[in-house]
Unconditional design. Structure first.
Ligand SMILES: [Zn+2]
Length: 285
């Protein structure tokens, strides 16, 4: 059965639900009113996954995108890029593969600014790269970016001039429109933004401010996608970081799951990162 559902999932790396102290959490108060309003509607998800230590990216993302508790499977939280054993789980269980098996079209919206993504060294392949290459066989590249058929990881392309990009910078609203355009052509469209985690690790107040300012303009526009019938907007994260300027490291805070539009209520009862994939699959049945 095809219920015609279309989903945009924006993954924001290192975004937790922090304290109400404006000195350490730039997201509280009214500095970013649109982003604040969106996050105020979020369901808090546990990112600790029943495993000691601070939550980390490889296991957190693998859990978020497979529905398998990867931290428990490996016995610890694993940072950075997934190790070989975790890649096997990602290839077998990822959301793209699961959706394709039930006849749904999927895409990863991020642009890869390289000629052959299959040549990325295995130790530098992120969770999303592993799942895109294994389930979809390809990722979007330079050509798609220049045609507005992909979104750069930094949204505005401002980091790309050092990498040989000689095109225009774009405003966050334009990038949001590109993402919405792609999402209209697929059942499930994923976009990954990781500069939040970088800014949190840098513990640089100006950089954190700029990063959140970009999201303040980008995310509410992407969220308008959910105003149409049978459209769902999701925002999720893997662990906390940027919401606490008192530390260079990740936090053990819960992470926000924002769901807007059709079936949003199905996501409001979820409890951990591992619950997201089953809820997405359930939305299509
Ligand atoms: Zn990190």
């Amino acid at each position: 059965m095809d219920n015609g559902l279309k989903i945009i999932f924006v993954f924001v790396d290192g975004l937790g639900i922090g304290s109400s102290d404006p000195a350490t959490n730039l997201l509280c108060g009214d500095r970013f009113p649109n982003l604040g309003k969106m996050l105020a509607s979020a369901t808090p998800l546990d990112a600790r996954l029943g495993v000691d230590g601070l939550p980390q990216s490889a296991t957190g993302q693998a859990t978020l995108f497979t529905g398998v508790n990867a931290a428990r499977e490996l016995g610890r939280h694993v940072e950075g890029f997934p190790p070989a054993r975790l890649k096997e789980t990602i290839r077998r269980e990822n959301i793209f593969s699961k959706l394709r098996k039930i006849g749904k079209s999927c895409t990863f919206a991020n642009a890869y600014w390289i000629d052959d993504p299959h040549r990325i060294p295995p130790r530098r392949q992120s969770v999303t790269t592993v799942m895109s290459l294994s389930a979809l066989g390809k990722v979007r590249g330079k050509k798609e970016l220049m045609e507005g058929k992909a979104v750069n990881h930094d949204i505005t392309r401002h980091t790309m001039h050092t990498r040989g990009y000689d095109g225009e910078l774009i405003v966050p609203e334009t990038a949001a429109n590109h993402l919405i355009g792609l999402a209209e052509e697929h059942n499930f469209t994923l976009f990954e933004y990781f500069l939040t985690d970088r800014a949190g690790h840098a513990r640089n107040r100006d950089l954190v401010f700029q990063t959140l300012e970009t999201l303040e303009r980008f995310l509410p526009r992407v969220g308008t996608f959910a105003e149409q019938p049978n459209h769902l907007f999701l925002l999720g994260s893997d662990h906390g970081n940027i919401e606490d300027l008192s530390t260079f490291s990740h936090t053990s805070n819960p992470v926000p799951l924002v769901a807007l539009g059709t079936f949003a209520e199905k996501f409001q009862t979820l409890e951990t990162l591992a619950d997201v994939v089953p809820a997405i699959l359930g939305s299509f049945s």
